[in-house]
Design a binder for this molecule. Structure first.
Ligand code: ATP
Ligand code: MG
Ligand code: MG
Length: 548
């Protein structure tokens, strides 16, 4: 399904607005600030912000920061930057789950007073065992029937810090025999003597996700709380709290998460890749993180197109990484200025071109877009072409250079190969060519056809630049299926080479992306480049060259 067409969530929302069930719509994107955002989060961001835009509502950015031990301010800032980079704006609608701690606490007391919550003092192990299994009902805790007074007193003392971590929890009193294990008296609060990145040391009891999330949605007036399918079985609990507290009830809607081939998306695994130096950091250009993709040169518009193209449904599905790469290619094909860079040089001396002369040839920055303007390319009697653009004994369909054959130099003349020079080992080290000097910007006067066009750089003017060629980080389609996902790492995912670039490329901006004609798309690395000394990341190849 395409987002420009219909998806089931869009249908629910437009029905709710049409029937008057909702007057306006509010969605939210609720990341936990315990890591950097990845391409899976992008799907959720595009969906939530996209729906709000489409239906004239709002999308909130909410930091789901109820777990003090894993969260850091560094991640909060990075997440904000990533959402903005993707092209979305939460305006004044920025929230933190931790700002609801007071209200959540008051509501917990209300549930205790109603006899709907109790303090359990079983060990964690007993609690786990007594929760039962899919086939066995749970066993009630011996503390389940504590009086309201005793529960209020214990919960108050939990909050005051009288008890060590793990000694008590507050549980909702629902149904120990429910076929849905989430309803077997789920924990609402646990004791954690931990410093929180925002609330500091104010609290030593922290709400569980299932207790905090729906109430947070309710406080913010979220109408449609869109989450991934793993939470489907939590929906009865989500609804239970809202009903028992008798507060505004958002509707939870689940969709299938994005699974991308050759990629892992669990934050735990991404963190492991960083910590164990399998990559250079969260922003390594091979990472599926938004910071990584940005550094690699993926345009945000390409990621948005990707999220539209894959659609939103309820059936678990795998998307091939090539779908994302195609979106990047399509976008860059339209926007990236063209440049000439030779990666594996073979020297050519043009015998009939005056030695010592330099000519500035005008070259279009984009063949389909005259508004992109032109640049000047220096040309002289010595140039480099790609070694692969010459063959000594070429087959008929090889439209590049061979002995006695002609080829057009992109933005320059047609040349013919007159002589092949070898070293002592017999390897070709140079070609002697002659140029048809009457072919600049026009076809040969005698009507002969020259099919091939190759790129080149002036040997006297070209500048060496560092080229980082990236490939897929994993060589297995589903790295998560391996016993240890690290064995699926692609040992050839990173390779540094040198290229010879047209001189103007030395003075371009950090983060700028180009098509090196006939080679691929490359972006100036924003971290490791120096003024006048760019490092180029290969963003994507011109074609899908991955071999399964
Ligand atoms: P992890 O389990 O790796 O920690 P998470 O899903 O818990 O990841 P959150 O920060 O809680 O990460 O996610 C924020 C939002 O992004 C959630 O609403 C979640 O549903 C959504 N999201 C995360 N991963 C994906 C994915 N692969 N596809 C679609 N949405 C996703
Ligand atoms: Mg998580
Ligand atoms: Mg989560």
């Amino acid at each position: 399904e395409m987002a420009s067409g219909s998806n089931f969530i869009r249908t629910i929302i437009s029905d709710d607005l049409a029937s008057g069930r909702r007057k306006t719509i509010i969605t939210r994107f609720p990341p936990e600030p315990n890591g950097y955002l990845h391409i899976g989060h992008a799907k959720s961001i595009c969906l939530n912000f996209g729906l709000a835009q489409e239906f004239g509502g709002h999308c909130h950015l909410r930091f789901d920061d109820t777990n003090p031990s894993k969260e850091e301010t560094e991640y909060v800032e990075a997440i904000k930057e990533d959402v903005q980079w993707l092209g979305f704006d939460w305006g004044k609608h920025l929230y933190y789950a931790s700002d609801t701690f007071d209200q959540l606490y008051l509501w917990a007391i209300e549930l205790i007073k109603q006899g709907k919550a109790y303090v359990d003092s079983q060990s964690a192990e007993d609690m786990r065992v007594n929760r039962g299994t899919l086939t066995e009902p749970g066993v009630a805790s011996p503390y389940r029937d504590r009086s309201v007074t005793e529960n209020l007193d214990l919960f108050d003392r939990m909050k005051r810090g009288e008890f060590p971590d793990g000694s008590h929890v507050l549980r909702a009193k629902i149904d120990m025999a429910s076929p849905n294990i989430n309803l077997r008296d789920p924990a609402m609060y646990r004791i954690l003597h931990a410093h929180h990145h925002r609330s500091g040391d104010n609290w030593c009891v922290y709400p569980m996700y299932d207790y905090a999330h729906g109430q947070g949605d309710s406080i913010e007036g979220v109408t449609h709380s869109i989450c991934t399918l793993e939470f489907e079985d939590h929906r009865p609990l989500y609804d239970w709290f809202l009903r028992e507290l008798n507060i505004f009830a958002p509707q939870q809607i689940e969709f299938a998460r994005l699974n991308l081939s050759y990629t892992v998306m669990s934050k735990r695994k991404l963190l492991q890749l960083v910590k164990e130096n399998h990559v250079s950091g969260w922003d390594d250009p091979r990472m599926p993180t938004l910071v990584g993709m940005r550094r690699r040169g993926y345009p945000p518009a390409a990621i948005r197109t990707f999220c539209e193209r894959i659609g939103v449904g309820r059936a678990a599905s795998w998307i091939d990484l090539s779908v994302l790469e195609d979106c990047v290619r399509e976008q860059l094909n339209e926007t990236a200025p063209r440049r000439q860079v030779v990666l594996d040089p073979l020297k050519i001396v043009i015998s009939n071109y005056p030695k010592g002369q330099t000519e500035e040839l005008e070259a279009a920055n984009h063949p389909q877009n005259p508004q992109a303007g032109t640049r000047l390319l220096p040309f002289c009697n010595e140039i480099y072409i790609e070694r692969a653009d010459f063959m000594e004994d070429p087959p008929k369909k090889f439209f590049r250079l061979g002995p006695g054959r002609e080829v057009r130099l992109r933005n320059a003349y047609i040349i013919r190969c007159d002589e092949v020079i070898r070293d002592e080992q017999g390897e070709v080290i140079e070609l002697r060519c002659s140029a048809d000097l009457d072919t600049l910007g026009k076809n040969p006067a005698d009507g002969r056809k020259v099919k091939g066009i190759i790129h080149w750089v002036s040997a006297r003017h070209a500048k060496p630049v560092e080229i980082r060629q990236y490939d897929r980080l994993f060589q297995l389609e589903n790295p998560d299926k391996a016993d240890n996902f690290l064995v699926a790492l692609n040992p050839e995912s990173f390779q540094v080479t040198e290229g010879l670039a047209e001189p103007g490329l030395l003075n371009e901006e950090m983060g700028a992306t180009f098509q090196f004609e006939r080679v691929g798309y490359f972006t100036i690395d924003s971290k490791d480049s120096l003024p006048g000394q760019p490092v180029f990341n290969r963003t994507v190849t011109l074609r899908d060259t991955w071999e399964k």
